[in-house]
Design a protein around this ligand. Structure first.
Ligand code: FAD
Ligand code: SIN
Length: 533
């Protein structure tokens, strides 16, 4: 049994920001699946959207967010996050974060931050560190965390399930008491107890065969919260990033939207600029529009990818602005200053998640959710580019403020240690590997960018079979990381399909050929799911 004041699951921008804010008030455990920097945050390229220039305004950022969200954003949440952004950015800079600076001096001759442009933004407002913004955020936050004696990081530890009073058989309000955590190196399960537990576990890109996300993104937070009885919403809104590098040897490498922000043009393999006929913003149209257009071009022509061409820009500019993309593509034999980049859409971001208010509060007492795992109402049916790092920063701060504004709850619940019962070592691990592949492929084929009810129903029945098999495995065999993650991607896949089947319309990222239009009855209506008791 390990006892802390704050238990944080995840060490991306959301978990680390929250940890730094609460550390002065108590002992903090950060539990993280792999090494401490490994997170979606670490791979963020484009940057953080926030209003910092005189030409820009909160009103404009709010409007762009609401437009991208296709009528489903909660306007008050959008306003709060947009308006509190600049103060959180200033704190990040004070912690040591180095954003790229503009070559041009400010009006008073001083330095000013360089502002990038991305799809759906009507102004240049993306603060970035060249094309490795996330790596720089993790560096700065982890350095600050290392200086805090109250924070202990548990690497290679994977949370299995939340411990709640209801699961333990207590009546009354359902309260989160901590989590069971699998220690991968020691091969044993620990009980972490804390009056405050924070899910900061990120997204679920690994549910799909092709994704921009690293391996940690298996939707564990949503799956654990669902099993614990929390409300989950809007899981049908999976954002597919239009431009992931297409190369047989490249795993999940994103080509930032900032490349199109700086003039990159999407073309068919024979050089046609196909976005001209699709949207007035052409290659910089909102992500859902661009991803669907690429999908449609690939289906029409049978091509395996499309091209993203930035060769018309000076080579020096490309290499300085996008050093990571330039070097990575070069390693695969593609010189982006001289030839177009082969790209395909890939699963990128989970707009739905654990239902929270703007302070990270869930409907389970003592359980908070911040960052990509949460559904605050900021993104609605489609996230505006670079709004997620902003949301994580603002909501982690607000959650910490809210929690620190009252004494921490005292707990006299008796928490049992983890029981393995009669579980034995798995006899055929090939079953786990096979189910991983089958699940991710079926999600890609049947629950992708363009959906139909028939495909969704087909996915639902196959997922039911897979889930039954996975459950048998889970109960009979000693847990492994692969099995725990498989169980979670299966739960999240089922929630995505369930939410998609609930929504009889095409809105934002949920595009269903059986319901091609908006349905006014579903304007402002979230698709909410909860575990049956
Ligand atoms: P993450 O950063 O994903 O961190 C999750 C953490 O939880 C990890 O430490 C992980 O190990 C841990 N974890 C997960 N499950 C468990 C478990 N069961 N037990 C213990 N630990 C667990 N957004 C932007 O705003 N701007 C961008 O430019 C941008 N670029 C992106 C580029 C790429 C390639 C990707 C993949 C995403 C990008 N995004 C961007 C999205 C953004 O990076 C994420 O939404 C954001 O970083 C999420 O932060 P987080 O702290 O919520 O989760
Ligand atoms: C990108 O750099 O294209 C990713 C930006 C985002 O996902 O917000």
């Amino acid at each position: 049994m390990k006892q802390f004041d704050f238990l944080i699951l995840g060490s991306g921008i959301a978990g680390l920001t929250f940890a730094l804010k609460v550390a002065p008030r108590g002992r903090v455990a950060i539990v993280t699946k792999k090494d401490r920097a490994e997170s979606n945050t670490n791979y963020a390229q484009g940057g953080i959207a926030s209003v910092t220039s005189k030409e820009d305004s909160f009103e404009s950022h709010v409007r762009d967010t609401l437009t991208a969200g296709a009528g489903l954003c909660k306007e008050s949440v959008v306003r709060t996050i947009v308006e509190e952004g600049p103060a959180r950015i200033a704190e990040l800079i004070a912690l040591g974060m180095k954003f790229s600076e503009s070559a041009a001096p400010s009006e008073d001759g001083g330095k000013q931050l360089d502002l990038g442009r991305e799809g759906g933004h009507s102004e240049r407002r993306i603060l970035h560190a060249k094309d490795v913004t996330g790596r720089e955020i993790e560096r700065a936050l982890l350095a600050a965390v290392a200086a805090q004696p109250n924070i202990e990081i548990f690497e290679n530890h994977i949370a299995i399930d939340l411990i709640t009073s209801q699961k333990l058989g207590y009546v009354g309000e359902n309260r989160c008491l901590g989590a069971y955590v699998f220690d991968k190196k020691a091969n044993r399960v620990w009980t972490f107890a804390a009056p405050v537990t924070v899910l900061a576990t990120g997204g679920c890109g690994k549910v799909y065969l092709y994704t921009t996300n690293p391996d940690i993104a298996t939707g564990d937070g949503v799956a654990m919260a669902f099993r614990a009885g929390a409300s989950i919403a809007n899981m049908e809104f999976v954002q597919f990033h239009p431009t992931c590098l297409y190369h047989p040897k490249a795993k999940s490498f994103l080509i930032s939207e900032a490349v199109r922000g700086e003039g990159g043009i999407l073309k068919t393999l024979d050089g046609r600029e196909f976005m001209d006929a699709v949207h007035p913003l052409k290659s910089l149209a909102p992500r859902d529009v661009v991803a669907r257009a690429i999908d449609s071009e690939m289906k029409k022509s049978g091509a395996d990818c499309v091209h993203l061409d930035i060769t018309h820009k000076p080579a020096k500019f490309i290499i300085e602005r996008f050093p990571n993309i330039y070097q990575t593509c070069l390693r695969y034999g593609i010189d982006i200053t001289r030839e177009p980049i082969p790209v395909v859409p890939a699963a990128h971001y989970q707009c739905g998640g654990v239902v929270t208010n703007v302070d990270g509060g869930t409907d389970i007492a003592g359980l908070f959710a911040v960052g990509e795992v949460a559904c605050t109402g900021l993104h609605g049916a489609n996230r505006l580019a670079s709004n997620s790092l902003l949301e994580a920063l603002v909501c982690a701060h607000r959650a910490a403020e809210k929690i620190l504004s009252a004494p921490l709850p005292k707990s006299d619940f008796k928490i049992p240690v983890w029981q393995s019962g009669n579980a034995t070592n798995a006899d055929e691990l090939v079953v786990v590997a096979h189910n991983w592949d089958e699940l991710r492929r079926l999600m890609w084929d049947y629950v992708g960018i363009v959906r139909t009810n028939k495909r969704l129903q087909r996915a639902q029945s196959r997922l039911a079979n897979l889930q039954q098999e996975i459950q048998e495995y889970y109960w009979n065999f000693i847990v492994t990381a692969d099995l725990l993650e498989l169980r979670n991607i299966a739960t999240v896949a089922e929630l995505i399909v369930r939410c998609a089947l609930m929504r009889p319309e095409s809105r934002g990222l949920n595009y269903n050929l059986d319901f091609p239009d908006l349905n006014p009855d579903w304007a402002q209506r979230d698709s909410v799911v909860r575990k049956e008791k």
